[in-house]
Write a protein that binds this ligand. Structure first.
Ligand SMILES: [Zn+2]
Ligand SMILES: [Zn+2]
Length: 273
């Protein structure tokens, strides 16, 4: 066991209405797991009632920042508690997000395409699941090209919709076209361990996609997408081992929106619990 190195870099707060536990409780689990810190990345507020049932309201944004600041004070010197955001990419929302991201000195901003929300399905689902899956990858590449995000969250989460039609090998040419666009932007991609709990029970993205990410030298971050404190760093050991099997030597972390690399063996050695 070595000194703490890793962060939980995808986690939520009760403000999004589908997560439990305050940031301080997540920090307590982070300490048990040997993490250096947590980066709170709750769902971004959005304008005009967009997907409003699963996120804080715009007027709760200051409360969000206060929750993080209070936990940072409580845990100072033990676990770093840092401010981040999981922002929804949806065409037309770029200006809103740009302003939102300037409202605090965020450490890390995840960009998400959430194909399960009704605003997305009503625009893009017309009875053809393979086409829906392809559309998701066009949007993911477009998200990277906005320059608004540090890393793209759970980048095959769309497989849980029309799961019976999900065929990663058939879709790979379309995925690779998206990855080429993403690689050109320098944006990272996330290995999200919460996929194990979803309809297609494997991490997001699948190993076949991770190998293509690695071939293009796109950096990868990891996150548990914890919506409860007990899931902090959930299956990080398995995630890091998977990254190594797919060719990665390091895992990426963003602090002050700057990427740094942690050798995977050091990361594995630092974990506890
Ligand atoms: Zn959520
Ligand atoms: Zn998400």
């Amino acid at each position: 066991m070595s000194r703490p190195l890793l962060y939980e870099s995808h986690m939520h707060t009760p403000l999004c209405r589908h997560a439990t536990g305050l940031p301080g409780e997540y920090a307590a689990h982070a300490q048990r797991r040997g993490l250096r810190g947590i980066i709170v990345t709750c769902h971004s507020p959005m304008p005009d009632g967009f997907s409003a049932s699963v996120r804080m309201r715009p007027e709760q944004f200051d409360e969000y920042l206060s929750l993080i600041a209070a936990a940072a004070d409580e845990w100072r010197g033990r676990v770093e508690v840092l401010a981040g955001l999981e922002s929804d990419y949806f065409p037309g929302m770029e200006r809103w997000l740009e302003k939102l991201h300037q409202r605090a000195p965020f450490h890390y901003i995840l960009g998400s395409v959430h194909p399960q929300i009704k605003e997305y399905t009503s625009r893009h689902f017309h009875g053809d699941w393979p086409e829906f899956h392809r559309q998701y990858y066009r949007d993911l590449a477009a998200a990277a090209e906005t320059g608004l995000f540090d890393s793209l969250a759970h980048p095959d989460i769309v497989k849980n919709q029309g799961a019976e039609c999900w065929d990663v090998n058939a879709l790979l040419p379309d995925i690779c076209r998206a990855l080429d666009r993403i690689a050109a932007t320098g944006v990272a991609m996330e290995l999200n361990t919460s996929g194990r709990l979803k309809t297609v029970p494997e991490m997001n993205p699948a190993p076949a996609i991770i190998r293509e990410i690695h071939r293009r030298r796109i950096p990868m971050t990891i996150g548990a997408d914890a919506h409860e404190p007990a899931r902090v760093a959930d299956h990080y050991e398995e995630a890091l081992t998977l990254l190594r099997e797919c060719g990665f030597a390091t895992v990426s972390v963003f602090l002050r929106r700057q990427r740094r690399e942690i050798p995977i063996q050091d990361a594995l050695d630092s974990l506890r619990g």
